[in-house]
Ligand binder design. Structure first.
Ligand code: NAD
Ligand code: UDP
Length: 320
């Protein structure tokens, strides 16, 4: 992408994470000055190491549940800080609730003080174990507030409510993206999500651990498509939530088989207990993204997974 210089400043919370670091790259390439803020609880300096020394890039190590100080003007805040993988948020239930609530409050307060646009990274998890399929933005969801996953789902639901309250009461210019399962380079091998786990297991010749009977479905989005959707939403004037995800739905068992085939592995599949409240189905209705952002995914799963395979090969090699 050609570099331009429009001298805009964006703060990306969670910028050292998987998605946040890809967003740092994108907004830099769009000419923004990027301030990446992260407490590195699940992110890593490795994800942004290539950006140190860039004249428009700054890293601030900070926990966004505490008062956020940024000097100078800000045009945009992308609020992506939060543990995101089930094993992370189950290990850090209180930090997850705090970053979704207190962290979102602090980031919105900063947006109000700086008169900056604010974009919240929400999630398909706000739909919980959905009773409507596929999920459109007007579905209110089916979440167990006191279940194990509730710490993440309810934190994000609260974050959406707080975002809309700042929009309605304080007139903050807000956006909400509901992100569906996204994959690509910079995911951690051991983050526990299905894709890195299956890739690691297949590349090591170990059995792939499918939870339950594997009939639950997900719809996987390649990271470049997600970044494009976030970019377009941040440049749009649309305030209501927008689903960004690839509607290509697959059962987890089929997905495991696909990864075995892609990697050329002779791994077997084993079945383990299904985690509590694991959603049985998930597929985005992307009618709204098509209509208001003229966005739809470009990479089908085969193409995205093929692009991601090389990254995981390197990761597995460097860890063995
Ligand atoms: P990630 O764990 O790689 O990134 C999250 C980043 O937030 C990490 O760098 C972490 O250190 C940072 N962070 C967490 N708590 C913080 C705090 N209190 N202060 C400062 N930094 C903090 O996860 P990801 O997959 O990149 O997810 C990024 C965002 O996107 C999250 O908000 C997540 O809920 C949302 N999301 C991701 C997906 C997905 O499929 N990857 C799906 C839906 C929503
Ligand atoms: N899953 C699995 N084996 C694993 C990890 C996950 O079968 O080793 C399942 C998990 O139970 C869920 C699906 O894969 O049904 C997607 O899980 P992930 O953690 O990637 O995302 P989420 O549940 O948040 O959609």
């Amino acid at each position: 992408m050609a570099e331009s210089t429009n001298k805009k400043r964006v703060l990306i919370t969670g910028g050292a994470g998987f998605l946040g670091s890809h967003l740092c790259d994108r907004y830099l390439s769009e000419g923004y000055e990027v301030i990446c803020m992260d407490n590195l609880v699940t992110g890593s300096g490795d994800n942004i190491a290539h950006l140190f020394g860039h004249e428009r890039f700054t890293f601030i190590e900070h926990d966004v549940t505490n008062f956020i100080y940024v000097s100078g003007a800000l045009d945009l805040i992308l609020h992506f800080a939060s543990p995101a993988s089930p094993i992370d948020y189950l290990e850090m239930p209180i930090q997850t609730l705090k970053v979704g609530s207190l962290g979102t409050h602090k980031a919105l307060g900063l947006a109000k003080a700086k008169n900056a646009r604010f974009l919240l990274a929400s999630t398909s998890e706000v739909y919980g174990d959905p009773l409507i399929h596929p999920q459109a933005e007007d579905y209110w969801g089916n979440v167990n507030p006191i279940g194990d996953r509730g710490v993440y789902d309810e934190a994000k639901r609260f974050a959406e409510a707080m975002t809309m309250a700042y929009h309605r009461y304080h007139g903050v210019d807000t956006r909400i993206v509901r992100i569906f399962n996204t994959y690509g380079s910079r995911m951690r091998l051991h983050d526990g999500r299905a894709l890195p786990t299956f890739m690691r297991q297949a590349l090591n010749g170990n059995p792939l651990t499918v939870y339950g009977d594997g009939s639950q479905t997900r719809s996987f989005t390649y990271v470049d498509d997600l970044v494009e959707g976030v970019w377009r939403l941040s440049q749009s004037d649309f305030t209501d939530p927008v689903n960004i995800g690839n509607p290509q739905e697959i059962t987890i068992l089929e997905f495991a088989r696909e990864i075995i085939e892609l990697t050329g592995s002779d791994s077997e599949i084993t079945f383990e207990e299904l985690p509590k409240d694991d959603p049985k189905v998930r597929q985005p209705n992307i009618g709204r993204a098509r209509e208001v952002l003229n966005w739809e995914p470009v990479f089908d799963r085969k193409e995205g997974l093929t692009k991601t395979l090389n990254y995981f090969k390197q990761k597995v090699l460097s860890q063995s």
